[in-house]
Design a protein. Structure first.
Length: 208
């Protein structure tokens, strides 16, 4: 049953509907608030999905990447006149194509990646980030004494690499000098436990 539900999430209406049914969209909106986006910011959104939160962004220069053709088609249809959406994996080859990025958004992505894949993505994010830029990620997590329903939700997420906060921080420390995180467990309709992490001071200079 659970695997069938996960497969249905390839459908944009099902995915967005489930996000809003459980209140997961509220965590994404909270992440955008924490980033304090400004007009003119350069935004890199890796794992953007259908980008249903795009209308909440100010007037920014936006680059979105995702590997789902359905999600990218939806994003292009609805927001393609205001942003660039690519059905590709974000790789080192894209670095020269982008200006220094003010904000990198990784919403619900790191828990789908192995440790080595996370290291690579965070390294790329640091290399494309402007010196005063910031990366924000949100992912389900585990913590002691979390609500049993929230623990079940984290355990049964589509991502196979849900970590404790310390695990996410350890990976981020390899690419960033300033890391701030918070547990978010009181904004969704269904109990969930989310790790919202903000990463600054890249340990490498942005690619020229």
């Amino acid at each position: 049953m659970l695997s069938h539900v996960k497969s249905l999430l390839s459908s944009v209406p099902m995915y967005v509907g489930l996000q809003k049914a459980v209140g997961a969209h509220r965590v994404r909106y909270l992440a955008l608030e924490r980033l304090n986006l400004q007009d003119g910011d350069v935004i890199l959104d890796v794992g953007c999905g259908p980008a249903y939160y795009f209308d909440r962004l100010p007037n920014v220069k936006y680059y979105g990447f995702d590997t789902s053709e359905r999600y990218i088609e939806h994003a292009r249809k609805n927001f393609g006149d205001r942003g660039s959406f690519r059905c590709e994996i974000f790789t080192e080859e894209h670095l020269p194509e982008l200006p220094p990025v003010d904000k990198v958004i990784l919403m619900g992505l790191l828990h789908h990646l192995t440790d080595d894949q996370c290291r690579h993505l965070l390294d790329l994010s640091a290399r494309v980030l402007a010196p005063t830029g910031e990366v924000c990620s949100i992912d389900p997590t585990f913590e002691p004494n979390q609500n049993p329903i929230a623990k079940w939700m984290s355990s049964n997420d589509r991502g196979e690499h849900v970590r404790q906060p310390e695990g996410f921080v350890a990976l981020a420390k390899e690419s960033f000098g300033d890391i701030e995180g918070e547990i978010v467990n009181d904004v969704t309709r269904v109990p969930t436990t989310t790790w919202l992490m903000r990463m600054r001071k890249p340990l490498v200079a942005a690619e020229s």
